[in-house]
Design a binder for this molecule. Sequence first.
Ligand SMILES: Cc1cc2nc3c(=O)[nH]c(=O)nc-3n(C[C@H](O)[C@H](O)[C@H](O)COP(=O)(O)O)c2cc1C
Ligand SMILES: [Mn+2]
Length: 543
Amino acid sequence: MDTRVKPAYDIHLKLDCTWLRSHEKREVGHAAMEELRDIRSKPATAATHCSAVPWRDLRDWLTLVDNAGRLLRIKRPVDPDQELAAITFMATRRENAPALLFETLGSDRFGARVLANMLGSSKERYALAVGLDPDLSTAEMITATRNMISRRIAPVHVRAAAAPVNEIILRESEIDLTAFPAPKFWPGDGGRYIGTGDITLTSHPDTGRINVGVYRQMLHGPRRIGLYCSPGKHGLIDREAWWARGEPCEVVAAYGIDPVLFMLGAQAFGTNESELYVAGGIMGRPVELTHSEYVRLPIPANAELVIEGVLHPGDLEPEGPLGEFTGYYGRERSPQPVIEVKALHARRSPILTAALMAKYPSCEIGAYYAIMRSARILDDLERIGVCGVVGAYAHPAAASGWGIVVVAMRQQYAGHAAQVLALTAQCPAAAYYTKWIIAVDEDIDPTDFNEVMWALSTRCHPAEDIDLLRNTWSTGLDPSQCIPGQRPYGSKALINACKPHRHIRQFPPPTLLRRDLYERVVARWAELGFAEPPPKLTVFHPD
Ligand SMILES: Cc1cc2nc3c(=O)[nH]c(=O)nc-3n(C[C@H](O)[C@H](O)[C@H](O)COP(=O)(O)O)c2cc1C
Ligand SMILES: [Mn+2]
């Protein structure tokens, strides 16, 4: 099935990896050239993997969202100090709320706008971002995502003069970031956050690999921004490597960014892998970068607002806390590195992307994250080689997809469900945080909470079917693990909600429709007066 919508334009980009260090230019540049040739040599609609997304930047994508009726422009003045977050939270207490473009913001002196709930709980906006049919089911989007996330396309370089982000360039003392409507979200937040729906680029001094990470950034002053990277994050590894050499760590941060770079910046890949290549693979076209002025990193050519800066060893200021994706405040205020801003690039009336962290469905880490995490869990299980896994879903309502994973399987032998549960619980994509791993049979759609509740209530015998793993990988952001001064050792419940394998032959048959009757009713559905389409049933009474 070609699930991609057709690209709206052709790609004609000049390839020039001049930001790369000379020793890797040849290799990476050559690979990129090969991949571009590959893209161009095939007709755009020939196969799913070579069509590009039908947008070029955040503004283009917002037009698609607007045309789909999923963008609300708020023209009335709104205070970025907590009021913007309050409106966003209240507007998103139901699933599939529209994206919110705040066009008039108190305290704004730059003519900036703020986009909130960019993706949130909307799998349709995820589909519009990655070029899928928005009507696909969640399970179909997970399958398509597995395909896309495995591709790599090298970024390309566009001339600085042609880069939209260079409409306005300010240097050193010309810069005053307090002119931007950086939101304060929750009453207990430690300050205004210019960066939440952001991306931060750093490089590793040994390899030159450019990392893209979403790390929060608190505004300290006109040219000073706090950068919080938690332990193990690649931005922190890069920073420590530069500082170990006695050199400052250069960074580029974008505060208004397209949805694919935002989504990829929040996914963990290998330490030596650049998210820029994965983003290209997902978009079916290269990420466009351009030259910076001060640092040796590239800047995203189509971003809305970008800063170049440096982190100096020992330059720390108190940072945080911030209301988190768990629905609680995160870590205590602590000294964190500060970016000294050297240059600013912006489009006119830039759109800052702000990510509200809150409990579902108000959290920016919602549908997209659940789909991507599920895709990567299924990739891991396939790589391990366990048979019979037919689906998985990391439900977004479970703390943005971190808390619960449901895995659907075809039971093939005694002990099979226990094996799938244990492997799912500890596979790299699912091991962090996840507390509840639930195995269901293949007739249960793991993305449908009602089906999962049914399986738990009718096929699971708690005294027999629950095992615990102790001292597992977790995070202090889990409020049940936040004892100050202690490392976060988590635990996991493995819940077998499959039909008991021992008694599978005696297990009562479920009440199912006969297929011929289902099809007859589907044919009569409209005639019977139903306006909505009939439900898609896939499991029927055996003939
Ligand atoms: C909106 C949002 C805010 C985030 N804030 C932070 C943060 O402040 N610090 C952090 O270390 N990770 C944060 N993350 C998670 C990282 O983006 C994620 O772990 C990502 O994998 C980091 O990239 P890396 O793997 O290249 O280090 C945030 C994610 C999102 C979506
Ligand atoms: Mn990374």
